[in-house]
Design a protein around this ligand. Structure first.
Ligand code: NAP
Length: 245
């Protein structure tokens, strides 16, 4: 039986474990998906002594720390500088570990159907790990983008810089901050929502609740909106593709 799992610390409720366990049952796949809450990334080699492990998902705090343990990165992980999927293969006794970033695939395929020729410029709210996957997708799509951060920094906008003009010239706005996520559902990024129009696309990486305050306020202005649920499923599907292709 092939084994898969999620490494991170601490690990609480896991979408991935539920998703893959249900998939294995539904599709009669002889596999097992476990949670590996390792306290330090240097426990990874010990974990991999189990040669049944064929693939891993990686979460906080190891998405970057895992890179020195890998034999290579595919383009998605290299462009983001973070790994959330590892493919484990063996040639004889020689183990090979390659890192991927399936958030790139998930975000690309979730936002692309929402875009048309007028969507050439984007604002990316937040500058954490998820925002880097978003940025990588915009580079690939040829969408010009600006990060928006609480901290003033070269080439990055702050929330105070978001004038009528800035909002009207950036028709894609992505929330890549945790603001509005359950249980703090009354929070939202501090952008001037009244300048949004029906030409805007507002995408929230958050998937709980279904409609964040950010999406609600954007929808009230007539913007096209989408939450992060499809992206979440797409990145999980992509993990499976990577492990089995
Ligand atoms: P993160 O590192 O915790 O935060 C991202 C950025 O948000 C931070 O770097 C910060 O940027 C900004 N931020 C944090 N707290 C804030 C606050 N109180 N007010 C304003 N800005 C704040 O999170 P992440 O890992 O990048 O993930 C971001 C969101 O995406 C999370 O909600 C996560 O669940 C979601 N996500 C969804 C998927 C999916 O498949 N749907 C995949 C990945 C992540 P500045 O310091 O520059 O302001």
């Amino acid at each position: 039986m092939k084994e898969y799992g999620l490494i991170g610390f601490p690990l609480g409720h896991s979408f991935s474990q539920k998703y893959f366990t249900q998939k294995f049952e539904r599709e009669h796949i002889d596999g097992k998906y476990s949670l590996f809450a390792i306290e330090s990334i240097d426990q990874l080699p010990h974990l991999l002594e189990n040669k049944a492990i064929s693939g891993l998902n990686v979460t906080i705090p190891y998405k970057e720390q895992i890179i020195p343990y890998l034999d290579g990165l595919d383009e998605s992980a290299a462009s983001v500088g973070a790994v959330n999927v590892v493919k484990v293969t063996y040639e004889g006794n020689i183990r090979k570990l390659i890192g991927f970033n399936s958030d790139v695939y998930g975000f690309m395929n979730s936002i692309r159907p929402m875009l048309c020729s007028q969507h050439t410029k984007a604002l990316v709210l937040g500058t954490g790990g998820a925002s880097k996957a978003v940025a990588s997708v915009f580079k690939t799509l040829g969408v010009e983008f600006k990060y928006v951060s609480r901290r003033p920094c070269d080439n990055i906008l702050t929330y105070n810089d978001l004038s009528d003009e800035v909002i009207k010239s950036h028709l894609i706005i992505v929330n890549a901050t945790p603001l509005g996520m359950f249980p703090k559902i009354n929070e939202c990024p501090a952008i001037p929502y009244n300048y949004l129009t029906s030409n805007h696309v507002a995408f929230d990486l958050i998937y709980n609740p279904d409609e964040t305050l950010f999406l609600k306020k954007a929808a009230e202005q007539g913007a096209k909106t989408k939450n992060g649920l499809e992206m979440l499923y797409l990145q999980a599907d992509r993990s499976w593709e990577i492990w089995t292709e």
